[in-house]
Write a protein that binds this ligand. Sequence first.
Ligand code: DON
Length: 321
Amino acid sequence: LIGQALKNEFVIPEWRVFCSTIEKIYVEAKSNTDGKVANYIPQLSRYRPNYWGVSVCTVDGQRYSIGDTNVPFCLQSCSKALTYAIACTEKGADHVHKYVGQEPSGRSFNELSLDHNKKPHNPMINAGGILTTAMIEPHLKPADRFDFIMNEYQRMAGGDFIGFSNATYLSEKDTADRNFALSYYMRENKCFPEGASLQETLELYFQLCSIEVTVDSGAVMAATLANGGICPTTGDAILDNDAARNTLSLMHSCGMYDYSGQFAFKIGLPAKSGVGGGILLVVPNVCGIMTWSPPLDELGNSCRGLQFCEGLVSNFNFHNY
Ligand code: DON
């Protein structure tokens, strides 16, 4: 599969050719010093700006990693794609999209706006991510809801590192006026599922954003999405195939906020960014990739991560896979 994606059709498809090309692209992006580490969630500002790691996991379980590959970092909005996939598996897309749209918002990730149906535009922005969170196991107590989702994340990561930063959770809960305002606005417009607690939903949402991965474990999660919801390192079927497909569709159209259109045009692959500096990138039916570098551009996407993605599709025929 990797060989087929290589631009030069005559190259014998060798894993080492792929890995040396990934290393070349990684090194080129390492010299990028653009961007600023997020600080609106105080704990995030403590990430070192020179952290830079990349990991690849193919749908048949081959692994390649380079740089800061075992430093834990918070998923932040990368979690929205995973939570949406779980919600669609649990409830079905028809139920989820009664509450959340499927359109790019064309605005910032935390914009105080609803679509013409008075729904959040999509599940990849804060408003949609909060509502998607509200749909998962609402009958369970908060501790059991968190445990359930944490377990699903751990299955998607094939048992690789999944952690939780309580400090980030507490610091986000303490500085979340915008998300509270968003949630009250949504409650005023009757967006929440019947019986959902605004406070409990927001606390669970902050907790999911504070779940930690490494690029190694994040790459396995991305590969699970690339592999139709089946973890390539364990064979565990976590997500419905439809849920995985729907997630890739909305990552492709909405995953990079108001850079999503340009990302789809330049890179053409499903991706989800997070203010922790992660980018979850999927080459459907080929591999999952996690990049992590904290400095962000003004839209909230990792500068080195974006440069890596552009380098990837200029070296491999992955565009619009
Ligand atoms: O809700 C927030 O603002 C953060 N927990 C997540 C936002 C985020 O990651 C946006 N991504 N670029």
